[in-house]
Design a protein around this ligand. Structure first.
Ligand SMILES: NC(=O)c1ccc[n+]([C@@H]2O[C@H](COP(=O)([O-])OP(=O)(O)OC[C@H]3O[C@@H](n4cnc5c(N)ncnc54)[C@H](OP(=O)(O)O)[C@@H]3O)[C@@H](O)[C@H]2O)c1
Length: 227
């Protein structure tokens, strides 16, 4: 696939590296052409001018600080429909760094602002929970990429982009679930900055194949069956 990445920072470079390694034709552009060239050099992707980077893309990753979302979408013509019909992946965390409080107003997700700023684009919230370094770890542990969006075909496309770089996609629903997913990131960020492993604060759920193993007794039974 031809993937356009809007933004040249840590996550942009990391996902560009992973998708390029997976064989995708990955193009990267940002407000600074110099930083786009540096990100391209680091990732193996191609640098393009911001005004051109998304023109012929099959999928677009919006990958800037949340305060830059409106600027970069405007720079690529999204408010005029330039991204209409395209998958637009939004990993943005509009949170207070270190505190985790969402900065998008009551009940509103940044992904919903993205939808307003890019009419016709098929927005999918994804890639916002894992650190950028995950995607360039030589043998990354299996990780679930939780996502939501309204267009089934786009969810399939983004799911395949997740699988191509070693992740496991999990769709929780339509874009009306984006606020919830963004709050989870705020929760994770708040605990991480308090030096608490977020995984220690949520229940583990044992799964075998596509079945939940609901009790310790069941877990023993599975272990017996496996043995
Ligand atoms: N890093 C992670 O582990 C991680 C994980 C999950 C989600 N995210 C999310 O991914 C997004 C990018 O994070 P990051 O860590 O890659 O950030 P970063 O390294 O700080 O890079 C930020 C990017 O945003 C651009 N930017 C900021 N303001 C802009 C504006 N007004 N117009 C155009 N571009 C602007 C910067 O451009 P300049 O270089 O020109 O300033 C840079 O390309 C954020 O929304 C973040 O919440 C990050």
């Amino acid at each position: 696939m031809r993937i356009a990445i809007l933004g040249t920072g840590a996550l942009a470079t990391s996902l560009a590296t992973a998708w390029t390694r997976a064989g995708h034709d990955t193009h990267i552009g940002g407000r600074s052409p110099e930083r786009a060239h540096l990100a391209a050099k680091a990732s193996g992707a191609r640098a393009r001018r911001l005004s051109e980077v998304a023109v012929d893309a099959d999928a677009v990753l919006l990958c800037v600080h949340w305060t830059g979302v409106a600027d970069i979408l405007t720079a690529v013509g999204a408010p005029d429909g330039s991204l209409a019909g395209k998958p637009l992946i939004d990993p943005t965390n509009a949170v207070d760094h270190g505190i985790g409080v969402l900065r998008t107003g009551t009940g509103r997700a940044i992904a919903q602002h993205v939808t307003d700023l890019a009419p016709g684009a098929h927005v999918v919230k994804a890639f916002h929970l894992l650190p950028s370094t995950h995607w360039t770890t030589p043998v990354p542990p299996t990780a679930t990429v939780v996502m939501c969006g309204d267009d089934p075909g786009t969810l399939e496309t983004v799911g395949s982009l997740v699988r191509d770089i070693g992740g496991v996609p999990a769709v929780v629903g339509g874009l009306d679930r984006a606020r919830q997913l963004e709050e989870v990131a705020g929760f994770v960020i708040a605990l991480a900055f308090a030096a608490v492993d977020p995984r220690s604060a949520i229940p583990g759920v044992a799964v075998h194949g596509d079945q939940v193993v609901s009790s310790a007794a069941d877990r023993v039974r599975w272990a017996g069956a496996a043995g």
